[in-house]
Design a protein around this ligand. Structure first.
Ligand SMILES: NC(=O)C1=CN([C@@H]2O[C@H](COP(=O)(O)OP(=O)(O)OC[C@H]3O[C@@H](n4cnc5c(N)ncnc54)[C@H](O)[C@@H]3O)[C@@H](O)[C@H]2O)[C@@H](O)CC1
Ligand SMILES: Nc1ncnc2c1ncn2[C@@H]1O[C@H](COP(=O)(O)OP(=O)(O)O)[C@@H](O)[C@H]1O
Ligand SMILES: [K+]
Length: 427
């Protein structure tokens, strides 16, 4: 708590630039950090007011309150100040903020020029990222010790402002991290189109979706892309008829197959899916293929010999793994273990889990991705990365980067055009 208070005081001083500071101090250890920081800031010559909610109970927090020793006002009576430090609740929040606390907090944060949250904005559920009365408008959140799921999961992450992490010198080993810019090499000097990574996309009822996936694969770095069962699309894409499916599944040059975008859900689609599942090719299973398998998916995929990547959005995830109140991180991890597959659980705050327990989170994707067909592009892009020896998280980063480069209100049709520039930034 000494280290936490000191870290909070240093960050606050940096942002306050001499302006008056209001520290909100709650009844737990988050409040302890707040009292400790208030005492330090006062000792450093800042003008500090403390608004208290409850009385600290733990020894450490009570000691910090004693160190502050000065006057406090009740939270409900606090006047706004240009700088607000929120130390009401952190990871110990176990119920919604009551209405009076939420109202006072929202008003004080909104009225401040700078609002800093200690560890977490008060009123967020740490593990699920749900809102439990939190205010809007924080400038920054100083995460203490380690990042918590709420710092990266929606909707909580949208309330944090800029998140800074101070590990406080603790060697806490988190079991998850943020998706980071990958380092991608150019193809080997002796590369040829087949060695570069060959991807097959199996089309169905809605060929447009499969075309988008094929385009994602082609622009995502694959050397050769086959679209099976649909005509049209970029000229560099090679077209095959559905009758060629078995030959394609036998082709040892094929590094990854995409099935699901626009596949349809009729008997013909199901028959194609079963043939592809039985193959020993690495698969990206998306869209209709996920819905067709439903609750049979975990066992069907776990029985495969080759690698599988599943790319469900929220509704598809529930269809395959059942609905649950657990956090997106926990659910994705459990699904990956159950199906022995890598899961890319899409949406604002995309969570990736591997069967061996690795978790990666992409928290800051542009919300302009929420347009039809972008998931199809991602499915093809994942296949391209896998066929070239890379990983699904590389694809998620490139997808997010391409979307940012595409600017506002882009259509999925043009998203793949920005992958070249996204890849160029990964040297
Ligand atoms: N555990 C650690 O290793 C560290 C903890 N630190 C701080 O300690 C915090 C966690 O402290 P605590 O576990 O004491 O938890 P908090 O201080 O977040 O809150 C717990 C207290 O609030 C009460 N409470 C919970 N929800 C409430 C609600 N909606 N309305 C009213 N009262 C409510 C609880 O009954 C309990 O008294 C962290 O967020 C961080 O700020 C830091 O000092 C760094 C190290
Ligand atoms: N609000 C959002 N913020 C960031 N990314 C989003 C948001 N909504 C959707 N996405 C991303 O956009 C893509 C949409 O995929 P999906 O739902 O499968 O759509 P489709 O099937 O039409 O392609 C996914 O990569 C998802 O993570
Ligand atoms: K807080």
């Amino acid at each position: 708590m000494e280290r936490a208070s000191t870290a909070v005081a240093h960050q606050t001083a940096r942002f306050a630039l001499g302006r008056p500071i209001l520290v909100l101090a709650g009844p737990g250890n988050n409040g302890g950090d707040a009292y400790g920081a208030a005492a330090l800031l006062r000792d450093w010559g800042h003008e500090v007011t403390v608004a208290a909610l409850g009385t600290p109970k733990s020894g450490a927090a009570a000691a910090m309150a004693q160190r502050w020793g000065g006057a406090t006002v009740a939270l409900s009576q606090a006047a706004s100040r240009p700088v607000v430090v929120d130390g009401l609740f952190g990871i110990g929040l176990d119920r919604d903020l009551d209405a009076d606390t939420a109202t006072a907090l929202c008003w004080l944060v909104a009225a401040a020029d700078v609002a800093l949250a200690i560890d977490l904005p008060s009123g967020l559920d740490t593990d699920s990222g749900a809102l439990r009365g939190a205010a809007d408008g924080y400038t920054l959140t100083l995460a203490l010790g380690a990042l918590k799921p709420a710092h990266v999961l929606h909707p909580a992450s949208t309330r944090c402002g800029t998140v800074l992490l101070d590990t406080l010198g603790l060697e806490a080993q988190g079991d998850w991290r943020s998706v980071a810019r990958p380092s991608l090499a150019a193809p080997a000097s002796d590369a040829h189109k087949y060695s570069r990574g060959m991807v097959a996309v199996i089309a169905g009822e809605m060929p447009g979706a499969a075309r988008l996936a094929a385009s994602g694969a082609l622009h995502g770095g694959a050397g050769y892309v086959v679209l099976c069962g649909a005509s049209g699309g970029a000229d560099a894409i090679v077209h095959r008829a559905h009758g060629d499916l078995d030959a394609l599944l036998e082709d040892q040059r094929v590094g990854a197959i995409v099935i699901g975008p626009g596949l349809g859900r009729d008997d013909a689609a199901r028959a194609r899916l079963d043939r592809v599942l039985a193959s020993d090719r690495a698969l990206v299973i998306d869209g209709d293929a996920l819905s067709l398998l439903g609750r049979d998916l975990p066992s069907a995929v776990a029985a495969r010999r080759a690698a599988s990547v599943l790319t469900p959005h929220a509704a598809e995830f529930d269809r395959c793994f059942g609905a649950s109140a657990a956090s997106k991180i926990e659910r994705t991890l459990s699904a990956a273990r159950q199906s022995r597959a890598t899961i890319v659980h899409k949406g604002a705050g995309t969570v990736i889990a591997t069967p061996d327990g690795k978790i990666l989170v992409a928290a800051d994707l542009t919300s302009w991705l929420s347009t039809a067909g972008t998931g199809d592009v991602l499915a093809g892009l994942i296949a391209a990365r896998i066929a070239t020896g890379g990983s699904a998280d590389e694809a998620v980063w490139l997808h997010g980067r391409a979307a940012s480069l595409a600017g506002p209100a882009f259509a999925a049709d043009t998203l793949a055009d920005h992958l070249s520039e996204a890849i160029a930034s990964c040297r």
